[in-house]
Design a protein around this ligand. Structure first.
Ligand code: XMP
Ligand code: MG
Length: 179
């Protein structure tokens, strides 16, 4: 199915599940090398990263821990990049190797806030793994962006964990909004 409708919008396929799976397998192989004998802590950002985390973590063959956080913006200021709050951040990250797992990095403001919170615990290292990255939308500098599944254009995407108005997270493939 190459075209779908969600609510009032039409979407067309951008990345199919086979393509996504192959890319995730490669990221996993790289992480198994990079984190050999280090027992990293994976922290997924809910809700969007739940499928990506589930698939990525099954490619990881070294000992590791897994947690999730939820980020909310105060007073609907999300797109302006204003203050956000992170809930559920593990409290034992001191001297640990942390990998933040995101569905998508857009402006980068969400990650900037999460990274600041994580750094307060003085982890041994922090890296970011995102399935999707919109380089032309980035407004914050993120040195920790180490693993990127796919670079995409500045377009709205849905599926494989990502939603449009709460819908579409269950789709196996990733779609982009038609102009
Ligand atoms: P920032 O701008 O802080 O945004 O990097 C990251 C968060 O915004 C959401 N986001 C999207 N969600 N399709 C979505 O379904 C998109 O194209 C999109 N762009 C950004 C997402 O929650 C991400 O974590
Ligand atoms: Mg998100």
């Amino acid at each position: 199915m190459h075209k779908i409708h969600i609510a009032d919008k039409e979407f067309e396929i951008l990345l199919d599940n086979d393509n996504i799976s192959k890319r995730i397998r490669l990221i996993g192989i790289q992480m198994n090398v990079d984190y050999e004998s280090r027992c990293p802590v994976f922290i997924g950002v809910l809700n969007g990263s739940f499928l990506f985390m589930a698939d990525l973590i099954r490619e990881i063959e070294i000992p590791c821990e897994i947690g999730f956080i939820r980020v909310s913006s105060y007073e609907g200021t999300e797109s302006s990049g204003a203050i956000k709050q992170a809930f559920g951040l593990p409290e034992n990250l001191h001297n640990r190797d942390v990998i933040i797992v995101e569905d998508i990095v857009d402006t980068g403001f969400t990650l900037t806030h999460i990274l600041k919170e994580v750094q307060k615990q003085q982890p041994a290292s922090v890296k970011v793994c995102t399935l999707l990255f919109k380089p032309t939308a980035l407004k914050a500098e993120i040195e920790e962006l180490e693993y990127v599944g796919f670079e995409i254009g500045n377009e709205f995407v849905v599926g494989y964990g990502l939603d449009y108005d709460g819908l579409g997270r269950n789709l196996k493939d990733i779609y982009r909004a038609k102009m």
